[in-house]
Design a binder for this molecule. Structure first.
Ligand code: PMV
Length: 362
C-alpha cells in the first residue's frame, strides 16, 4: 500500500504568512463504477473503488480568513447558497478543520467565512458531499499553505486535499482530479486507502455521457454512514471485498483496452451488487423503486443485439445514471425520452459527462 507522506512545514507565527485573504475552488461530483461500500475506522474503505469524475455537477467554495478574536477553538461561518447551513453541515466542517489543524496548527488562529454553491440541487442522485467536501478540503489546504507561507506542487497539493477530503466524506477523495479516479489499496501498485489517484484509460473512455434519471428526489432513506455500517456484520462481506478487488482490476484492464463490453458488464454488476448487499444486510434496506426496475428491464430489451456502448449504474438510492459513448448519444437520449412518454412520467433528467477534476478559481 502506498503510504501518505507528511510534508514538513514551517512553524506557526511565520512573519511572512498571509494574515487575511480569500481562496476559491471548484470541485466536481463523481459517480462510482466500482462501488465503495463498507469502511473501517478512520474512513478506510473495505474495498477499492473506481469513479468517473463529472463535469457540470460541481460545488464552488470560497473561503476567506482573518485573525480570530474569540475564544472558540474552531471559528467559522458557513453559508450554503444564501443561507446559513444547518448543524449537520457545521459539524462536518468543524471536524475537517480540526483534522487539518493536526498538521497545520496555525489554522486555529483564524476565523473562516465559508460560502458554497452547488450547480445541482440536493438529493438528486448526485453526491453533493463528494463535491462539497472536496472543494472545502482544497480551499482549506490553500489557506493552510498561505497562512504558513508554504507552497506545494500541484500533484502534491491535490493528493493531500484528497487525503483530507476522504476524512470528510469517503467518496469525496475521488473528486479532486479526473477523468477517472481509483481509491483503495490493492487496486493498482500505487493506489492507496488514504487518498485517490487519477486514472486515464483508453481515449474512447475520455468522454462518456451521464444522463441522471431522477426517479425520486426525496432525501436518501439511509444515510451513507448507516449504509456503510451494514457491511460490518454482513454475511457476504468477505465475498464482496474479493468481488470488488477483482472487478477493479478487470475494469482497469477493460478501460485501458477500450473494451466497452466488459465495462458495461462490470459497471452494471457493481450497481446490482451494491443493492443486493443492501437487501441482504442483517437490517435489510430496499432503495430501488418499481420504475427503477422497469427502466432497467426495458433498457436491456431495447439494447439487445444493438451493441450500444451504454451501461447503467445506481448509487445508494433509486436514481439511475445512464452512461454512454458520444456515438450512441442520439439513440440513448431518444430511448430515455420515449420511455418517459410511454410511461407517462414527467421526471427530471440531468445531463452530465466526464470531467477533468477540480480547479482553483482564486
Ligand atoms: O462517500 P460516502 O460515504 O457518501 O459513500 C458513497 C457510497 C456510494 O455512493 C454508494 C458508492 C461510492 O463509491 O460512491
Amino acid at each position: 500500500m502506498a503510504e501518505f507522506g507528511k510534508i514538513q512545514f514551517q512553524k506557526k507565527n511565520n512573519p511572512t504568512a498571509e494574515q487575511k485573504g480569500t481562496v476559491e475552488w471548484r470541485s466536481p461530483s463523481n459517480i462510482a463504477l466500482i462501488k465503495y461500500w463498507g469502511k473501517h475506522k478512520g474512513q478506510i474503505p473495505m474495498n477499492p473503488s473506481l469513479s468517473m469524475t463529472l463535469k457540470y455537477a460541481f460545488t464552488q467554495t470560497e473561503v476567506s480568513w482573518e485573525p480570530k478574536n474569540t475564544n472558540e477553538k474552531v471559528a467559522f461561518d458557513f453559508f450554503l447558497g444564501h443561507e446559513k447551513a444547518g448543524e449537520e453541515f457545521e459539524k462536518r466542517i468543524e471536524m475537517l478543520i480540526r483534522h487539518f489543524a493536526n498538521e497545520f496548527p496555525q489554522l486555529l488562529d483564524y476565523r473562516f467565512n465559508i460560502k458554497s454553491i452547488n450547480t445541482f440541487p440536493h438529493s438528486t442522485g448526485i453526491a453533493s458531499s463528494a463535491s462539497g467536501l472536496s472543494a472545502l478540503a482544497l480551499s482549506i489546504l490553500s489557506v493552510a499553505l498561505k497562512t504558513n507561507a508554504a507552497s506545494m506542487n500541484y500533484d502534491e497539493q491535490v493528493q493531500k486535499a484528497s487525503y483530507y477530503a476522504r476524512l470528510g466524506s469517503g467518496s469525496a477523495c475521488r473528486s479532486v482530479e479526473g477523468p477517472y479516479m481509483i481509491w483503495g489499496s490493492g487496486a493498482q501498485t500505487n493506489s492507496s486507502d488514504q487518498y485517490a489517484i487519477p486514472f486515464t484509460p483508453h481515449k474512447d473512455f475520455h468522454k462518456i455521457h451521464d444522463s441522471i434519471i431522477l426517479f425520486d428526489k426525496r432525501p436518501k432513506k439511509v444515510g451513507s454512514s448507516a449504509g456503510h455500517a451494514l457491511m460490518k456484520e454482513h454475511p457476504y462481506r468477505k465475498g464482496r471485498i474479493e468481488q470488488a478487488k477483482k472487478n477493479t482490476k478487470k475494469l482497469i484492464e477493460a478501460m485501458n483496452a477500450g473494451d466497452f463490453e466488459t465495462w458495461q458488464y462490470i459497471t452494471e454488476q457493481e450497481a446490482l451488487s451494491l443493492h443486493g448487499l443492501m437487501m441482504s444486510s442483517p437490517q435489510p434496506v430496499l432503495l430501488l423503486e418499481p420504475n427503477t426496475l422497469k427502466f432497467i428491464n426495458d433498457l436491456l430489451e431495447f439494447r439487445t443485439g444493438k451493441g450500444y456502448k451504454v451501461a447503467f449504474t445506481i448509487d445508494a438510492g433509486p436514481n439511475i445514471h445512464l452512461l454512454y459513448a458520444p456515438s450512441d448519444r442520439k439513440a440513448i437520449q431518444d430511448f430515455i425520452g420515449s420511455w418517459l412518454l410511454d410511461n407517462h412520467l414527467n421526471l427530471e433528467v440531468i445531463d452530465d459527462e466526464t470531467g477533468n477534476g477540480a480547479k482553483q478559481l482564486f
